[in-house]
Design a protein around this ligand. Structure first.
Ligand code: GCB
Ligand code: CA
Length: 897
């Protein structure tokens, strides 16, 4: 502060003074800055390599993306000197953690303060008795925290399709409260639990339960009051109660605020938020001892198996997404603003529901849902399987209680969820054996216990279990019976089967469980935004296949009023370290990328859900395209362009010329654009009410190719071809476009002989492999291959060229555990036989390749050659088998002179 004159100084002193008066009430500040961190434990007499970090922090930011399988799951130690304000000497002091993964042990000045189990809920410790205060100076204390994210059979989740990042990854706070305060020892909750037993547009009531404690050494007479404040901050209603509390006494509260007339209702369109200020006032001195603020929204809701969801008496189709809490290069250690941004993005998509999956997330998330009007569910992370131990069940139940109590007061939250696809990964018991029955019974029992806990804790919200598509098994284990709502995670036309299988499943549920409300808790397909295809097929990871997928699923859900909700899996791509495939370690089902760049899926939902006029050209990331000219006299190449819009008619212009007006179907207008070489400016527009226009523009850089390499109209300069592939691949880092292979025709280029590589008996992709190809980020071009290739020819004119050949042996003799999400696929052992072949360029033996030299299985290998060719000679690359068949994964040719 720059103090210019004495009146500012006076004001400053006044502010300081008024602050200390206020210091009666709760104080809290985060202690995120300046921690010392080291991996492993700290050993006496051994120097540790401390590094300065700040919270949120994770030690798994980068090792989850490298080519080494697995990531650090072990101990990390954090330390920091904390300073306790001298004026806190008469207070109760707490250390509050919003979340730490996954077992956290806290020491203060070498003394054990406490331990917490589980990665996703908050916890706090009363540290008052460990502090020693001196007059007028802050006391300093050494805080040491051990955090361990090792696998533990008794701690859920055990396995899952996401990464179990470790670290002190959410905010840490120091808090001070008067000795008389609302309960701070109730699972790190606010200590006050608010319900609205009666709500209508005419009248509402509020019930407040909880407790307060008098930790002082004298009896206190206090006034407990609750004020309901509207958005303007006016007190709408206040209730008060005089209570006497003996020294050290904890007193339960159960108070009602009734007869609130014409409450403003909370809904997605109008998320009206009241605040309930609860306070404790000393009757004698009239000083406020404690005060807390909770959000309050008036709404009522119900789920119906025939007609879906109703909010405030009106039907509302719930549409939204699930969300994981990680982000590119940051693991799960995000700032509050980044969490908030995801909820904003969901709102901007037109969504009204968030499945907080598969675990409770940062408090910023539900706060944002309350404010922005997003309904939500939150779940306890029992995923894929359980351990049949009491300790596992106890930990699960404790996590569940923590979750319920900590999130109780959010009006946006309407569903408590537990167990995700818990029958996906069955232990190796024999089918129908007594051991398997015992396992199933344990699951039924745990589900029933969690259900009972939830119903007892909260009589207003609903309960839900999300299952995978094995209908009969979930019926058998009673998981369709125990919860109030049944969620299904469905992937027909992705992991297996056909897209129409989805609608069949919906109808089956409706037929066989006519009284159970049905929510689609997950549906989605992988989209690697670098991959595009005009022949999209299941598991090719192309944007175009996911476009089809989302259209079919969305329509099936919209056509059926009994489908309560649809939750896209997932709002954004997320890390799943064990995954391989086109983008290793990433689950690409997000409708946005890991760093939140929208894909077409996001635009599809905007076009279908947003009420305000919307229009966006699709595939924005595909701004580098390639294609063949119609002929030497027609230098254009026709390719499809999609425009996503909620307007009925869309017009597209290309380089200033009118292309067409097209009707949008399910939010999509389709155009054929005659691309020209170089820059192509696309402008899509639509009239609204006949007048105003909304427009969107995309510039595509197009590389016009010709089949006639000798022609001079489009002289050959370079080309990148992915063998055994039907897709276009954009390598945005090097600004290069790869095109699919073609067979050789004289005068042109292409392969001779061989076939497209495909995994034997694969139930998913029809070509290429899903393995992580090591030593490259260009996995898609290496994961596809022409096998048994005899030649590759370019009938190029005379000149100097650079030729790059790319190889990857896609088979190996190692046995690998199959990705469990690829339902129905068994572990497979490759039929590997050693491969040896020679590469001959224009009759000159260039290279001998074998699995011992160069062709290390599952590893990218590329080699660059210079070729000079004479007139009418062209370039011929011949592959000569020695052992097994020759292969080629990709090829590039560039003219130098
Ligand atoms: C599921 C799981 C989810 C996975 C998803 C997938 O059913 O619930 O955790 O990430 O499928 O992409 O396979
Ligand atoms: Ca390839």
């Amino acid at each position: 502060m720059n103090i210019k004159n004495s009146s500012t100084l006076q004001l400053f002193i006044f502010l300081l003074f008024s602050f200390s008066l206020n210091a009666q009430v709760r104080e809290s500040f985060s202690i995120n800055a300046n921690w010392q961190f080291t991996k492993g434990t700290v050993q006496k007499d051994k120097p540790s390599n401390w590094e300065t970090v700040s919270i949120p922090h994770s030690w798994n930011k980068f090792d989850v993306m490298d080519d080494e399988p697995s990531y650090y799951r072990g101990l990390g130690t954090y330390k920091k000197t904390i300073y306790i304000p001298a004026n806190w000497s008469k207070k109760d002091v707490y250390l509050h953690f919003e979340g730490s993964a996954q077992v956290t042990t806290v020491f203060l000045d070498g003394k054990l303060i406490g331990k917490h189990i589980g990665s996703y809920n908050a916890f706090s410790f009363n540290i008052t008795s460990y502090l020693n205060f001196k007059e007028n100076i802050n006391s300093s204390h050494e805080l040491l925290i051990q955090v361990d994210n090792s696998y533990h059979p008794d701690i859920p989740p055990l396995t899952a399709d996401f990464t179990f990042f470790g670290g002190l990854y959410r905010d840490v706070y120091l808090k001070a409260v008067d000795k008389v305060h609302f309960d701070m020892d109730n699972y790190a909750s606010s200590g006050v639990f608010i319900t609205t037993p009666k709500v209508s547009a005419l009248e509402a009531s509020v019930n407040i339960k909880g407790a307060f404690i008098n930790r002082s050494n004298t009896t206190k007479t206090v006034v407990i009051s609750h004020k309901l404040l509207n958005v303007q901050g006016d007190i709408v209603k206040e209730i008060k109660q005089n209570i006497q509390a003996k020294a050290q006494e904890k007193i339960s509260l159960n108070q009602n605020m009734v007869g609130l007339k014409n409450p403003q209702l909370w809904s997605p369109e109008s998320p009206y938020l009241y605040r309930l200020i609860s306070s404790i006032t000393d009757s004698k001195t009239n000083t406020v001892l404690d005060e807390i603020s909770n959000p309050l929204g008036f709404r009522w809701f119900s789920f119906d198996a025939k007609n879906g969801f109703f909010l405030n008496g009106k039907p509302l189709k719930l549409m939204g997404a699930s969300r994981h809490q990680d982000f590119k290069d940051m693991a799960h250690a995000l700032t509050d603003e980044m969490h908030l941004r995801d909820v904003v993005l969901l709102k901007e998509m037109g969504g009204n529901f968030l499945r907080i999956a598969h675990y409770p997330q940062d408090p910023a998330i539900l706060e944002a849902c309350d404010r922005l009007g997003i309904l939500a569910s939150v779940e306890t992370p029992i995923v894929n399987q359980i351990t049949e131990s009491d300790a596992f069940a106890d930990n699960a139940k404790t996590m569940h209680l923590e979750m319920i109590r900590q999130n109780y007061n959010h009006p946006s939250l309407i569903i408590w969820t537990y167990m995700n696809e818990v029958l996906l990964r069955l232990p190796a018991y024999e089918k129908n054996s007594s051991a398997q029955m015992a396992y199933f019974n344990k699951i039924t029992q745990l589900a029933q216990e969690l259900e009972d806990i939830t119903r007892k804790e909260d009589t207003y919200r609903y309960t839900m279990i999300p299952n995978h598509g094995n209908f009969d098994l979930y019926q058998q284990v009673k998981l369709t019976k125990i919860p109030m709502l049944v969620g299904w995670n469905l992937y027909q036309g992705w992991y297996s089967g056909k897209l129409d299988g989805f609608a069949d499943f919906l109808d089956k549920h409706h037929r066989e469980l006519p009284d159970k409300p049905l929510l689609i808790t997950e549906y989605g397909a992988d989209a690697d935004p670098r991959l595009h295809s005009f022949k999209p097929v299941r598991f090719d990871k192309s944007i175009e296949y996911t476009n089809l997928y989302h259209q079919v699923y969305f329509k099936a859900m919209m056509d059926r009023p009994f489908v309560v909700a649809g939750m896209i899996w997932n709002l954004a791509d997320f890390n799943s370290e064990t995954r391989t495939e086109s983008m290793p370690h990433i689950n690409n089902k997000g409708i946005m990328t890991w760093d939140r760049i929208p894909k077409d899926g996001y635009r599809f939902y905007q076009a279908n859900l947003l009420k305000k006029p919307y229009l966006q050209i699709g595939s924005k990331e595909w701004n580098l395209r390639a294609g063949f000219a119609v002929s030497n006299s027609n230098l254009t190449s026709n390719q499809t362009v999609l425009v996503f819009s909620n307007q009925p008619y869309i017009t597209l212009k290309h380089n200033g010329k009118f292309i067409a007006e097209a009707k949008s179907v399910l939010g999509i207008a389709t155009f054929e654009v005659p691309f020209v070489n170089g820059e192509n400016t696309l402008i899509a527009s639509s009239k609204i009410n006949g007048v105003e226009e909304i427009t969107d523009q995309l510039v595509v850089n197009f590389k016009l190719l010709t089949d006639d390499l000798a022609n001079t109209v489009i002289p050959f300069d370079d080309i990148n071809i992915s063998l055994g592939d039907y897709r276009y691949f954009n390598d945005n880092l090097s600004n290069q476009i790869w095109i699919p292979e073609q067979a050789y025709k004289p005068g042109s280029w292409g392969y001779i002989g061989g076939k497209v590589f495909s995994i034997e008996n694969s139930q998913r992709q029809s070509y290429g492999t899903d393995k992580n190809i090591l030593n490259t980020d260009l996995d898609p071009i290496y994961a596809t291959q022409r096998i048994g290739i005899e030649q590759f020819k370019f009938d190029v004119p005379a000149g100097d060229y650079e030729l790059i050949l790319h190889f990857a042996e896609l088979l190996s003799d190692e046995k690998k555990e199959d990705l469990i999400y690829n339902l129905g696929n068994q572990n497979q052992q490759d039929k590997f036989t050693e491969r040896v072949f020679a590469v001959v360029v224009n009759d000159k033996q260039t290279l001998q390749l074998s699995n011992k030299e160069f062709l290390t299985p599952e590893t990218a290998f590329s080699t660059k050659l210079s070729v000079s060719t004479k007139a009418n000679e062209g370039i011929t690359i011949s592959f000569q088998a020695n052992k097994a068949e020759p292969i080629l994964n990709a090829i590039q040719l560039k003219k130098i002179r």
